[in-house]
Design a protein around this ligand. Structure first.
Ligand code: ADP
Ligand code: MG
Length: 736
């Protein structure tokens, strides 16, 4: 080895890896590969067993197989429906036909005499076996040369890693194989180990270099099944490492919160009495449990950071009001924030109904209030006259000063997005009372009076989040779950109907209205700014109100209406003065009208699963049997079918959320607007749930562990590593 040859450090920019350079580095950057470390974390998505490639004669129909053979003939055939590319490969006298549909691009690709590695499904075509659409790689140009290469080739005679190509196919799997191989060869011998020794020992983790080598170049004896499942020791080490540092970060954040000074609310008999006096129902077991957890947080002298998770209709509002009572009875103010005006208004109405009889002063602060009113309301808040402040996130963005804020409740959290949550939390974490933000306090107060503790924060979400996601997204929060529905609910009957049967559906709606119930008709306007979509919804509304139900009271509700009209419409529907509400998805969140027992969802195939479930949650809130009709128009995709099936089959939000996560993948789970979901280099939230649990446990153990087990230096090294990784993965989110 030449002494001048530079060793690669994990932090070296990829462009300095031999064979890359600035041009290709750009392509890699688009894939998130910036450093040697990133490159080494670009894992194969599958492996091919070219150690024991199959003889053509021993192939069986139906199996996936790797075959190494010589190109004999190839050519393009035009059938009436599409061009088919055909190639025949041989081993001695045996031959195997390979076909690719619609593949004129393959013309001229193969030359007779070339050796190719083929991987694909073996199919029986009228007694003759063939490979259909196999993946292939040209290994060498003639048998002599190919044989020579076998010994030291990266392509055959071993288990071969297959990488996703990049740059529209410019950087092929083969290219990655070479580059990653070279990078591993030249990698510095001093690869830092950041996972503490005790953890490594407990889980028998491979050293980092060995894991890297074996994940890219598996040894001959490696279980193929484990490889494909990403469960070899090398995979486990790499996936665990990534999850461990994320969980460590979240755990550190949690612990830091626990040392800040908060408010220790008193929970004496007077407060308990106030709660009992006010509440209209007997709480469910789950509500009692959640309140107990919340109350116990509130009594403690550090700030609460708790997520209250419960399916639609599980009664989160009641629990939130109970928490509010504790704060108010202790002389503090409460802010309740909702994602939409409609929802804020609704909270305002129910808060007044439930809490005002006790003399609490409640105000509503939304973006649409007139400036004078806004100013006046803000003054009330600043002087401490308002005890419960309900509003939209205009509350976060505008300058609202509280006299004595004790509790912040954020409803329907997922709508705010992760980034916004962290913004909000940062604001509540700051003691500066400065520029903008909920818990900003008037400067003269915070300096003159004794330092007030940080307000408690209760976040509520109706999206049942699968536990894995909750652990990563909300890992810095404690979690309470409402897993029980209030009594007296009859399950919702869900049916799927093609829109050619809409007449029957409208007759059914008519019958329900005649029986005294109300109905929603929901039309998919996903993007309220889309003129055309809104037009279609309005057309539907005029059709229903003029032709189908001319004798009934039908109204419309959509996001582009002015706030007063929206509010009025909602009020009339709540009072039962409107029978049929034609609405867009604005009603998705939180709207509560127990007498509404029917929901017809038009073009149900266009909605996401979580959204359908949220919509359906608007009914089934009263004692009457409720019906959800999913109407479909036109062709439904296979995924659409699975969504509709799930809706008909189950009412369980957690089950639906799991399926949704599976169908859409975590990146899409919260929709594009809720960007900010952590993305992983090597881990997968769906595949690696088990390892995530282990990582969480180990992160906790490291931080609580006795010094004899884990040294301070080790913890520091792990924290340092965590911070670097965290910054990379989470970008803006601050840790500690
Ligand atoms: P969500 O969890 O979706 O916010 P809500 O808080 O809106 O649910 O509650 C749904 C409905 O259930 C409301 O009509 C509410 O008044 C009612 N409710 C809540 N708790 C109880 C209870 N313990 N017993 C009976 N009804 C309840
Ligand atoms: Mg709610």
């Amino acid at each position: 080895m030449l002494p001048s040859l530079q060793m690669l450090e994990p932090s070296t920019a990829v462009q300095y890896v031999k064979g890359i350079g600035p041009k290709l580095a750009e392509i890699l950057a688009a894939k998130g590969i910036h450093t040697v470390d990133d490159l080494l974390h670009y894992l194969p998505f599958r492996y091919e067993d070219r150690l024991n490639p199959r003889g053509i004669a021993e192939l069986r129909a139906g199996e996936m197989a790797t075959v190494i053979a010589e190109v004999r003939t190839s050519g393009l055939f035009r059938t009436r429906r599409m061009p088919i590319f055909q190639m025949t490969a041989g081993q001695g006298r045996t031959r195997l036909k390979c076909i690719w549909f619609n593949a004129s691009y393959l013309q001229g690709k193969f030359q007779p005499g070339q050796m190719v590695a083929l991987y694909g499904r073996v199919e029986d075509n009228r007694g003759e076996l063939q490979l259909v659409q196999p993946q292939f790689e040209i290994i060498g140009d003639g048998e002599g040369e190919a044989e020579k290469k076998v010994a030291d080739s990266l392509e055959i005679g071993r288990i071969v890693p297959i990488y996703e190509s990049a740059g529209q196919g410019r950087l092929t799997s083969r290219w990655f194989r070479r580059i990653i191989h070279a990078a591993l060869e030249n990698l510095t011998p001093e690869l830092p180990e950041a996972i503490p020794a005790a953890v490594r020992k407990r889980l028998s983790l491979l050293p980092p270099r060995e894991a890297l080598r074996r994940v890219h170049w598996p040894e001959a004896g490696e279980s193929f099944q484990d490889l494909l499942a990403s469960r070899t020791p090398a995979h486990i080490r790499m996936i665990f490492e990534e999850l461990f540092f994320i969980e460590l970060g979240l755990e550190v954040k949690r612990r830091e919160q626990k040392v800040q000074t908060g408010i220790a609310f008193r929970l004496n008999d007077q407060v308990r009495e106030a709660i009992k006096r006010i509440l209209p129902f007997h709480p469910t077991g789950a509500q009692k449990r959640a309140l107990k957890e919340i109350a116990s947080d509130m009594e403690k002298p550090f700030p609460m950071r708790r997520l209250l998770q419960g399916d639609v209709g599980s009664g989160k509002t009641l629990v939130a009001f109970e928490a509010a009572i504790i704060a108010i009875e202790n002389g503090y103010q409460v802010a309740l924030m909702a994602p939409t005006e409609i929802l804020a208004q609704q909270h305002y109405f129910s808060a007044r109904r439930i809490l005002e009889p006790s003399g609490y002063r409640i105000v509503l602060l939304t973006g649409s209030l007139e400036d004078d009113r806004k100013r006046e309301t803000r003054r009330h808040i600043a002087h401490g006259n308002a005890q419960l402040v309900i509003g939209t996130h205009a509350l976060i963005e505008q300058k609202v000063e509280f006299a004595k804020l004790g509790l912040v409740i954020v409803d329907e959290q997922h709508r705010f997005g992760v980034m916004q949550r962290s913004k909000l939390m940062r604001k509540s974490d700051k003691n500066d009372g400065g520029a903008a933000g909920v818990p900003a306090r008037p400067a003269e107060r915070s300096s003159a009076v004794e330092r007030q503790g940080e307000p408690d924060v209760l976040v509520m979400t109706a999206t049942p989040i699968p536990r894995t996601l909750a652990l990563t997204l909300y890992g810095d929060l404690d979690i309470s779950v409402l897993d029980e529905m209030p009594p007296g609910r009859t399950p919702i009957v869900t049916r799927r109907v093609g829109d050619e049967r809409s007449d029957e559906v409208w007759q059914f709606v008519r019958k329900q209205v005649a029986a005294g119930h109300q109905a929603y008709v929901v039309y998919p306007v996903i993007e309220e700014n889309e003129e055309n979509e809104l037009k279609a919804a309005m057309k539907m509304y005029s059709e229903l109100s003029k032709n189908t139900f001319p004798d009934l009271r039908v109204a419309v509700l959509h996001g582009k209406m002015d706030p007063e009209t929206k509010e009025m419409t909602m009020k009339l529907f709540q009072k039962g003065e409107i029978s049929i509400l034609v609405a867009t998805t604005v009603i998705e969140v939180g709207v509560d009208v127990p007498n509404a027992a029917v929901m017809v969802i038009e073009h149900a195939e266009r909605f996401g699963l979580a959204q359908l479930h949220q919509l359906r949650g608007r009914i089934g809130r009263g004692a009457a049997k409720s019906y959800c009709v999913l109407m479909t128009g036109g062709k439904v995709s296979e995924e659409g079918e699975r969504r509709l099936d799930a809706m008909v089959r189950t009412n369980n939000g957690f089950e639906i959320a799991e399926l949704d996560l599976e169908l859409r993948g975590p990146g899409e789970f919260f929709g594009t607007r809720q960007a900010g979901l952590p993305s992983f280099q090597v881990a997968s939230l769906i595949r690696d749930r088990d390892l995530l649990e282990v990582a969480k446990k180990e992160a906790g153990a490291v931080l609580s562990g006795p010094n004899s087990e884990i040294s301070r230096t080790e913890i520091d090294r792990a924290l340092w590593q965590m911070r670097t990784r965290w910054q990379k993965t989470y970008g803006l989110v601050e840790v500690g």
